[in-house]
Design a protein around this ligand. Structure first.
Ligand SMILES: [Cu+2]
Length: 134
């Protein structure tokens, strides 16, 4: 994904979150619905929440909102990924791996509490992604 597009998407996501956090009680439901619609990378199968992150020239989506309180797994998809986004660290769960260039890597992240965030970062610290649980 080119930089302009990913910056644009990030801006939309940040704006959406801003609505959730700062919107009044009346607009909360609308804001939540809008946020949920952008979270096409999250799927719940048999009570397990799967959050998919694509890793290639950075991570996308850079920002996800997921459900707190249910067992969750990250699926990190590489696809011909030869850049450093294949070198992934998630410090909060002591995870650090060099991913295969093309693979779906499943990482158990456990059950998160509301308000917790999980951040992934590439080996060189230039690319990040964040998942907010609520
Ligand atoms: Cu990097």
């Amino acid at each position: 994904m080119d930089k302009t597009v990913s910056i644009f998407i990030t801006m939309i996501l940040v704006a959406g979150l801003g609505l959730v956090f700062f919107g009044g009680s009346d607009s909360n439901d609308i804001a939540r619905t809008a946020t949920n619609q952008t979270m096409e990378n999250i799927e719940i199968i048999d009570g397990v929440q799967y959050i998919t992150i694509n890793a290639k020239s950075g991570y996308s989506p850079k920002l996800s909102t997921a459900q707190a309180g249910i067992p969750s797994k990250l699926i990190v998809k590489t696809n011909g990924t030869l850049d450093c986004s294949a070198s992934l660290a998630i410090h909060s769960i002591d995870y650090q791996e060099i991913l295969s260039p093309t693979a779906d890597t499943v990482i158990d992240i456990g059950i998160k509490k509301a308000g917790e965030t999980l951040e992934g970062i590439c080996g060189m610290g230039m690319y990040t992604f964040e998942i907010i649980f609520g």
